[in-house]
Design a protein. Structure first.
Length: 511
C-alpha cells in the first residue's frame, strides 16, 4: 500500500505541534530580549561586562538549531495548508521570519565573537541593537498565534476529520511499509527493478517532506560545524588579535631553525621554534604578565618556553620574561621553544586561566595555528652598491634593501637640535669615538631597508670581519637612513665587500 497523503501526523497532532511551536518561541523570545538589552545597555554606557565565552552565552547554538526546526515545521504545515486550500499567510511569514532569524543569529554570533578581541563602533552597536529589537518584538506575533491555535483553536474549522477517515490510519500503518505487491521471488531481476520503481514513486510522492528534511539536517549540521569552528573550538591564525581578559595578544610571525645568529648549530637533533608576538595591555593599570604556562602543542606533545637559548636569537627580538606592561602599553617580544627535529602542525596555546575540579587543576587555553618560516640556505648574486636587493627569500619575506655608500672613519661628529621646551632649542655637538682599536663604518642605506639588517653584516677584506666583530653604535638622534658600525681596524678599506648572511641567505655588495 502506498500512502498518497503524507500529512497524517501533522493533521492528527495539529494542536500539539502548535503548542510545541509556542514553547520553543518563548525560548527564542527570552534569548532575543537578552541580546536586545545587552546592545541597548552597551550603547548607553559605552561599556559592557565581559564574561567567559560571551558569544555562546548570548547566542547559544540551540537558538540557531531551533530557528531551523521552526522554519522546517512552518514549511511542512504551509504545504499541508496549501494542499487543503486553507489560509497560509501565517505559515509563509513564519518560514520567512525564522529563515531571517537564522541568518541574524549567525551575524550576532559573529558580533559577540568579535567583542572577544575588538570593541564595536557606535554605529555598529545601533545596528545590532535595532536588529535584535525587531527580532524580539516580531517573536510576539508568532508566539501569540501559536498559542491560540495550540490551546484554543477549533481544528474542525480545517475539516481535517475527513482526511483522517480517508487515510484509515491503523497501528499496522505505523509499521514498516512494503511498497508494492506481487513480488516474484523466482525472478531476482524483476524484484530489484520493481523495488527501484516503487522507491522512485515513493520519493516523488513525498518529495516535499524529503526536501524539507534534508534542508533541516543540512542547516543544523552546517551550523553546528560552523559554531564549533568559529566559537567553541576556534583556532586563531597568525596576525589575529586574541583577547584574554584585558590583554591582547597577536602573533606577528614564527620561525624554525637549529642555528644561532652566526650559523652555528645550537644542539644536535633539536630545532627551535621562535614566536614573535605583540602584547597590549588594554586595562587602566600596569600588569605583571607571566607566560610560563603558555606552550606549543605538536600532536600529543607539549613544549614550554626555554629562556636559556634567548641569546641565540637576539637578532629577531627581545625575549619575553615576567614583564610589567604599563596601562594601555604594548610591546613586541619573543618566546623560544626547543622542539623535536621532525615536527609539524604547530599550535601555540596561550594560557587563559584554570579551574579546580575535584581537587584537580584544569588549564584553559586559546589556540593559535602557526605557519613557521623555515630559514633557507641560499646564495644570491653579487650586487653593485646602490642596487635594490629583494628580501622575499629571507626571513623578512618581502620588501627590499639597498646600500648606497660606505665610508670608514676614525671618529664621527654630528650636530643635533636639543630642545628643553618647544621654543627653547639649541644645537648640540656630539663626537663618537669607537672603543679600543676599532674603526667606524658609516653606511648610508635606502628607504625600506630593515633597521636590524646590520645584525647580519660581515665584511670581506684582506682580513675577514664576522658579524660577531661588528657592533651597531648608531645614536637615536642621528641622521636618517644612516648607520654607524664599529668594525675591526685591520680592514683594508680599499678592498671591501659587504657580505650579508641573513640566517642562511647570503648576498654580497661591492662598490
Amino acid at each position: 500500500m502506498i500512502i498518497r497523503k503524507p500529512y497524517a501526523f501533522l493533521i492528527k497532532y495539529f494542536k500539539v505541534i502548535h503548542i510545541t511551536i509556542f514553547v520553543i518561541a518563548i525560548y527564542l523570545l527570552i534569548k532575543s530580549r537578552n541580546i536586545y538589552v545587552f546592545f541597548g545597555d552597551y550603547l548607553i554606557s559605552g561599556t559592557y561586562n565581559y564574561i567567559e565565552n560571551m558569544a555562546l552565552s548570548y547566542v547559544h547554538p540551540f537558538m540557531i538549531i531551533v530557528s531551523i526546526l521552526l522554519m522546517g515545521i512552518f514549511l511542512l504545515i504551509y504545504l499541508l495548508m496549501k494542499q487543503k486550500e486553507k489560509k497560509v499567510l501565517y505559515y509563509l511569514l513564519g518560514i520567512i521570519f525564522y529563515a531571517i532569524s537564522f541568518i541574524v543569529y549567525i551575524v550576532l554570533l559573529s558580533a559577540f565573537n568579535s567583542l572577544e578581541y575588538n570593541s564595536l563602533s557606535n554605529q555598529s552597536i545601533v545596528i545590532y541593537r535595532d536588529i535584535a529589537m525587531v527580532i524580539y518584538y516580531i517573536n510576539y506575533f508568532f508566539l501569540t498565534i501559536a498559542f491560540v491555535r495550540g490551546f484554543g483553536f477549533n481544528v474542525k474549522k480545517f475539516n481535517f476529520e475527513k482526511d483522517l477517515k480517508e487515510l484509515n490510519i491503523t497501528e499496522e500503518d505505523r509499521e514498516e511499509i512494503e511498497v508494492g505487491s506481487g513480488l516474484d521471488l523466482e525472478n531476482v531481476g524483476n524484484f530489484v527493478r520493481r523495488r527501484k520503481r516503487n522507491l522512485m514513486y515513493y520519493v516523488k510522492e513525498n518529495s516535499y517532506i524529503l526536501i524539507v528534511f534534508l534542508i533541516i539536517v543540512t542547516l543544523i549540521t552546517g551550523s553546528i560545524i560552523a559554531i564549533n569552528k568559529l566559537v567553541v573550538a576556534r583556532v586563531y591564525n597568525e596576525g589575529n588579535v586574541v583577547q584574554i581578559d584585558s590583554i591582547n595578544y597577536k602573533v606577528l610571525g614564527s620561525y624554525i631553525t637549529d642555528k644561532d645568529l652566526f650559523g652555528n648549530v645550537i644542539k644536535n637533533n633539536k630545532n627551535y621554534l621562535i614566536v614573535s608576538f605583540e602584547i597590549e595591555n588594554k586595562s587602566e593599570e600596569s600588569l605583571k604578565i607571566s607566560m610560563e604556562n603558555t606552550r606549543i602543542k605538536i600532536g600529543d606533545d607539549y613544549f614550554y618556553p626555554k629562556a636559556t637559548q634567548a641569546s641565540k636569537f637576539i637578532d629577531l627580538g627581545n625575549y619575553f620574561k615576567k614583564q610589567v606592561i604599563g596601562k594601555n602599553g604594548k610591546g613586541e617580544y619573543l618566546l623560544i621553544f626547543e622542539i623535536k627535529k621532525k615536527s609539524n602542525d604547530y599550535i601555540l596555546q596561550l594560557y587563559r586561566g584554570k579551574k579546580v575540579v575535584n581537587g584537580e587543576a584544569i588549564l584553559y587555553y586559546r589556540d593559535v595555528s602557526l605557519k613557521p618560516y623555515t630559514f633557507k640556505n641560499k646564495d644570491l648574486k653579487t650586487y653593485q652598491m646602490g642596487s635594490s636587493i629583494p628580501l622575499k627569500d629571507t626571513l623578512y619575506k618581502n620588501g627590499s634593501f639597498s646600500i648606497n655608500s660606505i665610508e670608514f672613519k676614525d671618529i664621527e661628529e654630528y650636530v643635533y637640535s636639543k630642545c628643553i621646551t618647544e621654543d627653547n632649542c639649541s644645537d648640540e655637538k656630539v663626537t663618537i669615538v669607537p672603543k679600543g682599536v676599532k674603526k667606524i663604518l658609516k653606511v648610508k642605506y635606502g628607504d625600506g631597508t630593515p633597521k636590524n639588517i646590520f645584525n647580519y653584516l660581515n665584511i670581506e677584506s684582506d682580513n675577514f670581519a664576522s658579524a660577531m666583530d661588528i657592533n651597531d653604535i648608531t645614536p637615536d638622534n642621528y641622521e636618517e637612513n644612516t648607520a654607524l658600525l664599529e668594525v675591526p681596524s685591520n680592514i683594508n678599506v680599499d678592498n671591501v665587500t659587504l657580505y650579508f648572511n641573513i640566517r642562511g641567505v647570503k648576498v654580497r655588495i661591492t662598490k
